[in-house]
Design a protein around this ligand. Structure first.
Ligand code: 5RP
Length: 298
């Protein structure tokens, strides 16, 4: 891996930047060639959520332009970005934006912020989408979403469709969730018919690395999901595949999940182009990935 660091001449006293280029190659999930740019904004916050607010503002100020159609994600930072976007529309700094909410929470935040909304339809052009990520793999920017409790009509399927349809994806994340190897749970949507077979297959596949629990609608989770398993609006169950030790490659795990009969969707998102805005108490770090889809000459 080659690292090069450079300070931009236009940077504020609090901004430094670097360029990092990996030497991996070819478009497969395990060894995709990424190039990253990092910009670090430094300052210290006494309020821990100040970093997320700065990240939210950065997402809007740096990437949202007048006339854009924007996928509006969920989570604390996305809510702050939606509120700030509403403010920018009210003062006329940004005009003619249409929001496409990915879930009930972002729709309600956007309605309160006065952002004009539309429902996503197949083939709709989305210029940009932003969302919170639960955790993210440093090297690939592959992320996990959907660990939260679903509300109302929330759908991980719908959420991923919008995030994947966007020309550009911005994911906002806290520094402690940005990891060289990620662990914890991946929500996996499965067909409810024969769900136990799918759960057992997943259990066997990740034996020793992960526990497989069916998500309950109420009450406690457990391997068998209790008496009241959650049924999504599309009629699926959710398995939380909980990795008790760090995964070697989140992208490889996602690929494995994609191949399992009975798995409908999962909470791993891996997009190009994607920008991660990483918030810490010291400021922001911005990481862009650009994956060269064509094979090349390494
Ligand atoms: O699915 C998600 C985003 O689509 C995340 O799980 C969730 O919204 C994260 O929220 P927070 O950053 O507030 O913990």
């Amino acid at each position: 891996m080659a690292l090069a660091w450079a300070l931009p001449s236009s940077a504020s006293p609090f901004i430094s930047s670097s360029t990092l280029q990996t030497q991996k190659q070819s478009y497969n999930f395990a060894s995709s060639r990424n190039s990253f740019q990092r910009f670090v904004t430094r300052s210290s916050f006494s309020d821990p959520s100040a970093g997320l607010l700065l990240a939210a503002k950065h997402a809007v100020d740096s990437y949202v332009k007048s006339g854009m159609v924007i996928g509006l994600g969920s989570g604390h930072a996305s809510a702050l970005a939606i509120q700030y976007l509403g403010q920018q529309l009210r003062v006329g700094a940004i005009k003619d934006v249409t929001g496409i909410p990915t879930c009930v929470g972002s729709a309600s935040e956007a309605a309160k912020a006065g952002i004009p909304l539309e429902q996503y339809n197949d083939g709709y052009k989305i210029d940009l989408a932003f969302d919170d990520a639960d955790t993210m793999e440093e090297e690939t920017l592959a992320a996990i979403i959907g660990r939260r409790k679903l509300q109302g009509d929330d759908s991980i399927i719908q959420e991923k469709i919008i995030l994947e349809a966007a020309d550009k994806l911005i994911l906002i994340i806290k520094e402690k969730q940005f990891k060289s190897s990620v662990d914890g749970s991946i929500p996996v949507l499965i067909k409810s018919v024969n769900w136990l077979e799918t759960a057992e297959e997943l259990d066997d596949l990740f034996l020793g690395d992960a526990e497989v629990w069916r998500r309950p609608a109420i009450g406690y989770a457990g391997p068998l999901g209790g008496d009241f398993p959650l049924v999504t609006k599309e009629g699926h169950n959710i398995l939380d595949v909980i990795f008790t030790s760090p995964m070697e490659s989140l992208v490889e795990v996602a690929k494995t999940l994609d191949q399992i009969d009975g798995v409908v969707e999962h909470g791993v998102i891996f997009r190009n182009p994607c920008t991660a805005i990483i918030a810490s108490e010291n400021g922001l770090q911005i990481v862009d990935n650009t994956i060269q889809m064509e094979s090349s000459n390494l």
